[in-house]
Design a protein around this ligand. Structure first.
Ligand code: ZN
Length: 120
């Protein structure tokens, strides 16, 4: 069997990137699964947006929880990093199988309402 250097390197890169993200955005009660180089991507030019966190995935079975709404305000454009920082500050907890935050999806064109995208 030959060692797969590429896979090892990729895994190491992944760990380094996770370390970097966790250093810059510490104490999250969820896993940030957004590429480091996308943290500063602008997701809205608005000053106020709302992030909806639905807790109705299969993990909750027949007992879905209420949707949580987080208000994010900014004096400037709103980036992934800013939203993540605010969600950490507001103590968002993702404690089901879907604890990986993959991004934020605008619900309608140019609206200020976003849905959190989570994965397992
Ligand atoms: Zn879930």
């Amino acid at each position: 069997m030959t060692r797969d250097i590429t896979a090892e390197q990729e895994y190491e890169d992944y760990l380094n990137e996770q370390n970097r993200i966790n250093t810059e955005l510490p104490n999250a009660k969820f896993t940030i699964s957004i590429d480091y180089d996308k943290l500063d991507n602008v997701i809205s030019m608005q000053r106020i947006i709302y992030i909806l966190v639905t807790k109705s995935c299969y993990c909750y079975g027949d007992n879905p929880m209420d949707t949580q709404i987080f208000k994010i305000t900014s004096n400037n454009v709103i980036t992934n990093r800013l939203v993540l920082k605010e969600l950490i500050k507001k103590e968002l907890v993702l404690d089901c199988n879907h604890s990986y935050v993959e991004g934020f999806h605008m619900l309608n064109n140019n609206s200020n309402i976003f849905e959190i995208m989570t994965g397992s």
